[in-house]
Ligand binder design. Structure first.
Ligand code: HEC
Length: 109
């Protein structure tokens, strides 16, 4: 029985690693667009910004505000400025955050 117990522990650890879970959040399986519509479009309809129009999500504005990469957008989700909700890894996993970021850069111009 002892062997079985450690085997199942090892299996758990393997599943954890395979899903990139354990601290990074669990991937939802949703597309970047679906995630954007769920979490962001309330304040950023069509890539705009209902609170601060000068902080919209089109490429030019993002670049003017120093955001040029998916990582830059993910960083904003993890540590937003005033008026924006914080999205931690439990809310949006690293993999999902990356998908939203790539969707934004590819979509709003
Ligand atoms: C409750 C409203 C709200 C929600 C929901 C929201 N944001 Fe924001 N967002 C803001 C506000 C307000 C700002 C301006 C303050 C700042 O720079 O953090 C902002 C700024 C940003 C910026 C910087 C834009 C620029 O031009 O500098 C990015 C990138 C961004 N949000 C991404 C997202 C993403 C991705 C989501 C969804 C996962 C999201 N936001 C959800 C309100 C929101």
């Amino acid at each position: 029985m002892k062997g079985l117990a450690s085997l199942s522990l090892a299996l758990l650890a393997a599943v954890c690693l395979a899903q990139a879970g354990c601290g990074r959040g669990v991937e939802s399986g949703k597309s970047g667009e679906e995630l954007f519509l769920t979490h962001c479009s309330g304040c950023h309809p069509d890539g705009g910004n209902v609170k601060y129009p000068r902080k919209s999500l089109d490429r030019m504005t993002l670049a003017a505000n120093g955001i040029t990469t998916p990582a830059g957008i993910v960083a904003k989700m993890r540590r937003p400025g005033p008026g924006m909700k914080t999205f931690d890894r439990q809310t949006i996993s690293d993999a999902d955050a990356r998908k939203v970021a790539e969707y934004i850069l590819a979509t709003f111009r």
